[in-house]
Design a protein around this ligand. Structure first.
Ligand SMILES: Cc1cc2nc3c(=O)[nH]c(=O)nc-3n(C[C@H](O)[C@H](O)[C@H](O)COP(=O)(O)OP(=O)(O)OC[C@H]3O[C@@H](n4cnc5c(N)ncnc54)[C@H](O)[C@@H]3O)c2cc1C
Length: 499
């Protein structure tokens, strides 16, 4: 079979065979929730053509996962609306399913898999997804394949954990180019003569597990009241979906990218892409982002500095400094987090910190803190520091924090918590409860960076931080303009409940 997807992106999750008597190939969409630039879809199409079966795409949303809320349901359902529209006239059966209660989706995948010849799904290395796929693999009696469409580098192409961005960048500079030559298809279904899927294929199953109605997906605002999820965290209006994601990418290239290198740290005039939630939920592909940036820069692979292997950021691609700075975040920093999650199951635990970090933090664990706040104080933005409170208010209101202030936000939680372990717990809870891009490998790389992962020891040694990098609101306000930001986020629109 002609391979649309390279070997290193595909893993069998079980040893079950292909069921040649199955009625269709099933793509179970869990992390790459898009129909463009999607390796899993490419792979599922490949199987459908080879087996001469129709293709069914199940995009399901459950309710019982940690931090499930209106905010995340709203974002994901906006994506379902776009996927449904994109697949409307295509020869596939798209089956969006939103579980009405915690156990309602039980048995759905198994029922579909019993009728399927093969199941293809996404391979995401964090949050509840690896466990969900593991337990599906134990139950299904048909082959379950996982496809890694997370980054430009297949995660399996690394066999060790990279502990610095520098060493990872060096590795990428040696190994990335072949993967840029094998992107996923911009339109996997275009020009493909897939077998016509008849509704009757899944009719019985859909009686028991009815697809999310079009009216529900198209409604603005979405009616999320029926779902047993956290209704305190409201959706962010207008956010979510591949259409909006692409629009943001194009807008960023026109107006943010030209100022990115100098402007990305300025919260008063944000110029960054805002794409992290779209990358997190898979509404936008990193390949697609790279492709648009490369096009904007008139970049050609042949002319690229392919032989540059010095681990430095500048001059890697031979693009302008804005594009180089942006691609370093999108590729080096973003994919560093995926590398960690795949190779260390303890990626979200304190014990995963480097030894020097634990030594220095523990040496200062008993130091007197200038302030000690509890989770509720942080959550309700009730600290003495107006810049910190503004960052927390932005997180609660918009599901985001400006990148530079996110670092400060974390550093001050470390400074003002009773212990580093408690600081870690607070950061994870707040980030994952409110941030649209939370619960991602980069949630953990960002939060653990605050505690010292990927960083070096800094002097002078300070109370509480020890040798871990220190940041303060005073220095931040000296370095960057924050006046407008503090004014804009002085209050929160809604008061969330405490836990
Ligand atoms: C305490 C803390 C928590 C964080 N939590 C998250 C999180 O939950 N989810 C998340 O995606 N990122 C997280 N980050 C990293 C970073 O803050 C966000 O990726 C970035 O602010 C997203 O904004 P943007 O899309 O406008 O980024 P842009 O500057 O436009 O960058 C483009 C893309 O590159 C990636 N990127 C940018 N900066 C980083 C970085 N420092 N580390 C890794 N990838 C990066 C993101 O995918 C981003 O969308 C965290 C950082 C810190 C310090």
């Amino acid at each position: 079979m002609e391979r649309a997807v390279s070997e290193s992106r595909i893993r069998s999750a079980n040893d079950a065979p292909i069921n040649s008597r199955g009625h269709f190939a099933l793509y179970w969409m869990t992390a790459c929730r898009r129909v463009h630039w999607n390796y899993s879809l490419d792979r599922a199409v490949e199987w459908a053509l080879k087996l001469n079966k129709p293709l069914v795409i199940l995009e399901a949303l459950r309710t019982g996962y940690p931090w499930a809320s209106d905010r995340f349901h709203g974002f994901i359902m906006a994506g379902m609306r776009d996927n449904r529209a994109a697949l409307k006239d295509r020869n596939v059966l798209y089956y969006p399913y939103v579980a009405p209660d915690e156990n309602a989706d039980k048995g759905l995948l198994e029922a579909l898999a019993l009728k399927a010849a093969i199941v293809v799904t996404d391979d995401f290395p964090a949050f509840f997804l690896p466990n969900m796929i593991r337990s599906a693999a134990e139950t299904l009696t048909v082959r379950l394949e996982q496809v890694d469409g997370n980054g430009i580098l297949p995660i399996a192409d690394t066999d060790r954990i990279f502990t610095t961005a520098y060493s990872f960048r060096r590795f990428l500079q040696k190994n990335l180019i072949p993967h840029l030559c094998a992107p996923p298809k911009a339109s996997a279904l275009k020009g493909r003569s897939l077998k016509n899927p008849s509704r009757s294929l899944v009719e019985e199953i859909q009686k028991k597990w009815p697809p999310a109605p079009l009216n529900d997906l198209n409604a603005t605002p979405l009616n999320l009241n029926p779902y047993p999820i956290d209704h305190i965290i409201p959706p962010v209006p207008g956010e979510g979906g591949a259409v909006r994601g692409l629009r943001m990418l194009k807008r960023f290239i026109m107006s943010g990218l030209p100022h990115y290198a100098d402007g990305r740290n300025q919260p008063d005039q944000p110029v960054t892409s805002g794409l992290s939630p779209y990358l997190h939920f898979g509404h936008v592909s990193p390949h697609q982002v790279f492709h648009e940036i490369a096009r904007n820069q008139g970049w050609q692979r042949q002319k690229s500095a392919e032989k540059k292997v010095d681990g430095r950021r500048a001059g890697w691609w031979g693009m302008d400094e804005n594009a180089e700075a942006f691609l370093d975040q999108l590729i080096t920093w973003r994919e560093l987090g995926f590398n960690m999650c795949r190779h260390d199951e303890k990626y979200d635990r304190y014990a995963s910190l480097p030894q020097w970090v634990r030594d220095t933090l523990e040496a200062h664990e008993k130091d007197k803190r200038p302030y000690v706040y509890a989770l509720e104080d942080f959550e309700n933005a009730q600290t003495h520091d107006s810049l910190w409170n503004a960052a927390q208010n932005q997180l609660v209101r918009e599901g985001r924090i400006h990148n530079y202030l996110r670092m400060l936000w974390g550093k001050k939680i470390l400074h003002w918590s009773a212990s580093p372990r408690e600081a870690l717990d607070i950061m994870i809870r707040l980030n994952n409860r409110y941030a649209l891009d939370g619960r991602d490998p980069n949630s953990y790389s960002g939060i653990f960076w605050v505690l010292g992962r990927y960083d070096r020891a800094w002097g002078p040694e300070r109370p509480v931080f020890g040798k871990v990098r220190y940041m303060s609101s005073k220095n931040t306000a000296r370095k960057i303009r924050t006046g407008e930001y503090v004014k804009k986020y002085a209050t929160r629109v809604r008061q969330p409940s405490s836990h």
